[in-house]
Design a protein around this ligand. Structure first.
Ligand SMILES: [Cu+2]
Length: 175
């Protein structure tokens, strides 16, 4: 099971490279990683605005954590995958009440509507980080790559930097 998931992630990574090279003519996309993430809240060449990004801290005894963020898409499409440098596996999860029990489920994609904010937040949709490569300490930075397929069929990669924290950032609490 774990092996199959690893292959899936490797497949996504290949897709990411293709998305990257496809957009090399875009200065903002070509800069990739760090520069792209630094301007993630302002850059209108990006297919969405990303805010309230954080990753829950995890001690060395934990192998899982979760990333949370708010997406405001500028186009219709789907979030179809996530990878992270901090985790061997990253999955999109929903969380629902099943009687008195909270249950997490892996979902293949999340529909994005232009101009409609979509929240990944505690006890709700989240980016599950599994097979953590090490402890996640408060203040540490984690890189995420979001994969979006637009309604027009474009495959886009969004680099996001997340700060590790114990609780949501202030902006999120006022939201
Ligand atoms: Cu989960």
């Amino acid at each position: 099971m774990k092996h199959v998931r690893t292959l899936l992630v490797a497949g996504l990574a290949v897709a990411a490279l293709q998305a990257c090279s496809k957009h090399e003519e875009h200065p903002a996309m070509a800069m990739g990683g760090q520069a792209g993430a630094a301007m993630h809240t302002q850059d209108m060449t990006m297919p969405c605005k990303v805010s309230n990004v954080w990753v829950r801290s995890a001690g060395p005894e934990l192998k899982t954590s979760a990333a949370y963020l708010t997406l405001e898409p500028f186009v219709d499409g789907n979030l179809v995958g996530v990878i992270s440098d901090a985790a061997g596996v990253a999955e999109i999860h929903s969380m629902t009440m099943d009687g008195d029990v909270m249950r997490m489920r892996k979902v293949d994609s999340v529909p994005l509507k232009k101009g409609m904010e979509f929240d990944f937040k505690p006890n709700d949709y989240h980016i599950m980080l599994m097979d953590l490569k090490g402890p996640l300490t408060v203040g540490q930075t984690v890189n995420l790559q979001l994969f979006i397929e637009t309604a027009a069929g474009e495959k886009l990669e969004i680099p996001v930097k997340a700060t590790v924290a114990d609780q949501p950032p202030m902006a999120s609490m006022a939201h």
